[in-house]
Design a protein. Structure first.
Length: 277
């Protein structure tokens, strides 16, 4: 991969006191759109959080190599992580209802990363906030800046979260199930927006998802996790021809008109786990 390598993780392992949660996985991400998919509990979100320095202190992280946008993530102090999260790596969480501060205006929350991480005048910050709210497709930014999270729909809230994430022009965006709280039509709109902004800004994207249909439409490459292991990596365009039995079953189970009313395939978990013990 070229010098545009943003993530290089090798031998990444995450443990709790009594369980192995992520088991010796390795991957690289450049300026591309990559999805990390799998069932709930497969280790997707833990893997994403490890790239942001946001793992719970009760968990133990080990790796042979963990480079995050040029920084050695195994040896960063908390203040280094804060600078990295504010400047080069950003994350969009699942539900704006819980991620946005209900007591602060939208304008204040979108501006905050600029106050913390960029040396701009107040007028320059306000202008950049307006431009960013406009870029994520929100109408009348100057009025919106005065409003509070409870006054927004779910789709508008998620666009505000995206504005907060992108306001400092990071090189990598990590989006953890960013559309799970939205209805189906709004999901496609928000994912298309994320894709467009990532492409325009020549960023990398790591999209955490369990929706293979959406992943196939919006990502270049897919990594598939199961019980803490990385089982498969393939181009998103080849999902319909996947050869790994787990990936193939996940693809077959996606909702579609063609399978409506039909019995979905059942995964042979015993065989799968025997292969990976």
């Amino acid at each position: 991969m070229s010098n545009d390598l943003l993530i290089d993780a090798q031998g990444l392992t995450i443990r709790s006191e009594d369980a192995l949660l992520v088991d010796n996985i390795g991957f690289q991400i450049g300026r591309e759109r990559v999805a990390l998919v799998g069932e709930s509990g497969s280790g997707k979100s833990l893997t994403a959080r490890s790239l942001m320095g946001l793992l719970s202190p009760s968990l133990q992280l080990q790796a042979d190599c963990l480079q995050v946008v040029g920084a050695d993530a195994l040896n960063l102090r908390e203040r280094d992580w804060i600078a990295l999260r504010g400047g080069k790596v950003a994350m969009v969480m699942q539900d704006p209802k819980y991620a946005l501060n209900p007591t602060r205006t939208i304008g204040w929350q979108v501006e905050e990363p600029l106050v913390l991480h960029r040396k701009l005048s107040r007028a320059e910050r306000k202008e950049k906030v307006c431009e960013m709210l406009d870029a994520v497709g929100l109408p009348d930014p100057r009025q919106l800046m005065k409003r509070y999270p409870h006054q927004l729909s779910g789709g508008m809230g998620q666009r505000v979260m995206l504005a907060i994430a992108l306001i400092t022009d990071p090189e990598l965006l990590i989006a953890d199930e960013p559309t799970s709280a939205l209805d189906h039509a709004m999901r496609d709109q928000v994912l298309a927006l994320i894709r467009r902004l990532v492409e325009q800004r020549n960023m990398g994207l790591l999209l955490i998802s369990h929706d293979l249909q959406q992943v196939s439409e919006h990502c270049d490459r897919v990594m598939v996790m199961y019980k803490g292991k990385l089982l498969d990596t393939l181009p998103a365009a080849e999902l319909s021809n996947a050869t790994h039995p787990y990936t193939r079953t996940l693809w077959s189970c996606r909702p579609s008109k063609a399978t409506h009313g039909e019995r979905l395939p059942v995964l042979d978990r015993a065989a799968l786990e025997a292969d990976h013990d």
